[in-house]
Design a protein around this ligand. Structure first.
Ligand code: NCD
Length: 303
């Protein structure tokens, strides 16, 4: 029997501009569903989605779970602590055993770069990358850009500045891939030690100071220091990081949209006074994340 063609979402780099637009359009439809009193459709009734999170998560895991449930699917929640990983079971054996219970799609977060690709190669059902180490986090870039699209009504021609730990952020890498496909102009800003050397060859404007990086941008996406992935402190002291790279209210002009994928370390990358910034869309990102993940699940399982 010929092998069934299988869809995965492993990274933005594998999506075409048309596929991204199709996902936004699907998200628009599911956004409407979420505004209805029942907030549910039966689009994935009978399907089962397994969430395999080997790294901490609040937003991504819960919003994938909610997205699957809002589509009528059943959800299996795997937790690495307390599992048979402690007894030496491998990632693939773990996934194959869960598959044997009758699972139609896997959502995977793992610290290993390429872990979702590895599982996708060996599993006969769709695999969605929910963050593989420092590599990609495709649904985060989709929901960030979808939030901008809903706010401005377009993406083409907008300028987005990303400030923070570019070196260790999978969110930043997914944005490098999505920006040219949706027409966003990207600016990057970080201390020199947190700018990957190869990124200077990509053609994006790179800044080591916040003021010029933010001036005139339509939106600013701030990233957390990914301390869990840093092998040495990238800056002499955290006070210095906050002094020179923290986004403060005086950096922003009315109308500039503030984004952050979360979790936020208030007082480190964002000044606490920005909690009151009128153009913040940080919680909208979380809300839109459910619609985007409904779109991704539906597209992979039924599209
Ligand atoms: C991001 C992640 O896990 O890469 N968070 C998220 O998915 N909401 C960013 C981060 O952890 O800083």
């Amino acid at each position: 029997m010929p092998e069934k063609p299988k869809n995965d979402l492993l990274g933005i780099r594998y999506l075409s501009a048309e596929q991204i637009q199709a996902l936004y359009q699907l998200a628009d439809r599911f956004w409407e569903v979420l505004q209805q009193p029942t907030r549910k459709v039966a689009a994935l009734t009978g399907s089962t989605v397994a969430l395999l999170f080997f790294e901490s998560s609040t937003r991504t895991k819960l919003s994938f779970e909610l997205a699957a449930k809002r589509l009528g699917a059943d959800v299996l929640n795997f937790s690495a602590t307390g599992s048979s990983l402690d007894k030496g079971e491998t990632l693939l054996d773990t996934a194959l055993n869960i598959l044997a219970m009758g699972v139609d799609a896997f959502v995977v977060r793992h610290r290993g770069v390429g872990s979702a690709h590895f599982l996708a190669k060996h599993l006969p059902v769709p695999v969605i990358n929910a963050g593989d180490g420092t590599h990609e986090h495709p649904t985060q870039a989709l929901l960030d850009t979808y939030t901008l699209y809903r706010h401005f009504g377009r993406l083409e021609g907008l300028t987005l500045t990303i400030i923070g730990d570019l070196f260790h952020s999978r969110v930043a890498l997914s944005h490098l891939h999505i920006a040219p496909k949706v027409g966003l102009s990207l600016r990057l800003c970080a201390p020199p030690s947190l700018i990957p050397a190869l990124w200077y060859q990509l053609g994006y404007p790179i800044y080591t100071e916040v003021v010029p990086a933010v001036a005139g941008a339509d939106a600013v996406l701030v990233l957390r220091m990914q301390k869990e992935r840093q092998s040495y402190p990238p800056i002499a002291s955290w006070q210095e990081y906050s002094r020179f790279y923290q986004l403060k209210p005086e950096h922003l002009r009315p109308g500039q949209v503030l984004l952050h994928p979360g979790p936020i370390n208030w007082g480190v990358e964002l000044h606490p006074a920005l909690q009151a910034w009128p153009h913040t869309r940080i919680l909208d990102q979380v809300t839109h994340g459910v619609a985007i993940r409904m779109a991704v699940l539906y597209w992979l399982l039924r599209g």
